[in-house]
Design a protein around this ligand. Structure first.
Ligand code: B1M
Length: 222
């Protein structure tokens, strides 16, 4: 069993999505995360084991390498895609409640802002980390975040902003959420955002990258 989990982890870490994907060249014509995850489930490996012993550690290594600038956005996107192709097979088990998630995160790019590549990476890393992610997309207003919180009480909120102009909207969204849900936990991120800004606007945590976001969630859960 360890062998198939190691192979899934290798595929995720190196961005090997499926058999037909040509990247990376050294794994050409071999099964990717897609086929291997399906095969592991068919062979009776539990979805939790695939998540905990293959996908999570692989994505954690990807996140660490990205933080240390050993890999860049294209490799991280390929890894995220490979992880997603495995997650497709695992999702029905999580959705059926057979596998317990660690908690819920509501994530979105703040109003006025259409950048979503970084937010999507963060969301995928969170899913890979065992969290249920409710992705509200881009240009998300304070009202939409509040509605999602009303429907998912206690969920952690993640806000992404890529523009200096929309950072101001992030501030307003944090204030609106905290006014109604003072106990809520709000994580903020995005290229122009800093820890100083996070403190200034009353958010709870700033993560510079997806791994930092997942580490924060891990800390909250423990
Ligand atoms: Co725009 N854009 N863009 N853009 N764009 C930037 C951000 C900019 C820095 C380019 C520049 O001028 N050098 C600049 C912002 C300047 C500023 O405000 N200081 C800019 C501008 C000005 C604009 C427009 C205004 C341009 C115009 O129309 N005149 C316009 C705004 C549209 C809008 O949002 N209303 C615009 C539009 C676009 C595109 C639509 C063309 C496209 C977005 C496509 C998409 O996202 N689907 C785009 C792109 C691609 C960029 C750049 C080139 C790349 C952004 C990106 O995806 N980076 C960007 C310049 C740059 O960054 N080099 C730029 C890769 C991504 C993985 O990184 O998003 O930072 P990032 O996410 C990181 C971290 O920040 C963190 O984790 C991720 C992975 O490490 N992170 C979080 C992100 N969210 C997080 C949340 C967390 C935790 C961590 O917790 C919840």
């Amino acid at each position: 069993m360890n062998e198939i989990l190691d192979r899934i982890a290798l595929c995720v870490e190196s961005g090997k999505i499926n058999k037909s994907s040509p990247y990376p060249p050294n794994l050409k014509d071999q099964d990717g995360a897609d086929e291997l995850a399906k095969r592991a489930l068919d062979e009776g490996v539990k979805p939790d084991e695939i998540l905990e012993n293959a996908l999570i550690p692989a994505m954690a290594r990807v996140g660490d390498k990205f933080s240390k600038k050993e890999i860049y956005v294209p490799q991280m996107l390929m890894a995220a895609k490979a992880m997603n192709s495995a997650m497709v097979h695992l999702k029905p088990y999580f959705q059926s409640g057979e596998t317990k998630r660690k908690g819920k995160v509501i994530i979105g790019t703040v109003s006025g802002d259409l950048h979503d590549i970084g937010k999507n990476l963060v969301a995928m890393m969170m899913e890979g980390g065992g969290w249920e992610v409710i992705d509200l997309g881009v240009d998300v207003s304070a009202e939409k975040f509040l509605k999602a919180l009303d429907e998912n009480p206690g969920a952690i909120v993640g806000l992404s902003a890529l523009l200096t102009t929309t950072m101001e909207n992030m501030k307003k969204i944090v204030a609106t959420i905290k006014e109604k849900y003072s106990d809520s936990k709000i994580l903020v991120g995005g290229a122009p955002v800093t820890m100083d800004y996070c403190i200034k606007i009353g958010a709870d945590f700033y993560a510079p990258d997806p791994q930092g976001a997942v580490n924060y969630l891990k800390k909250l859960a423990s």
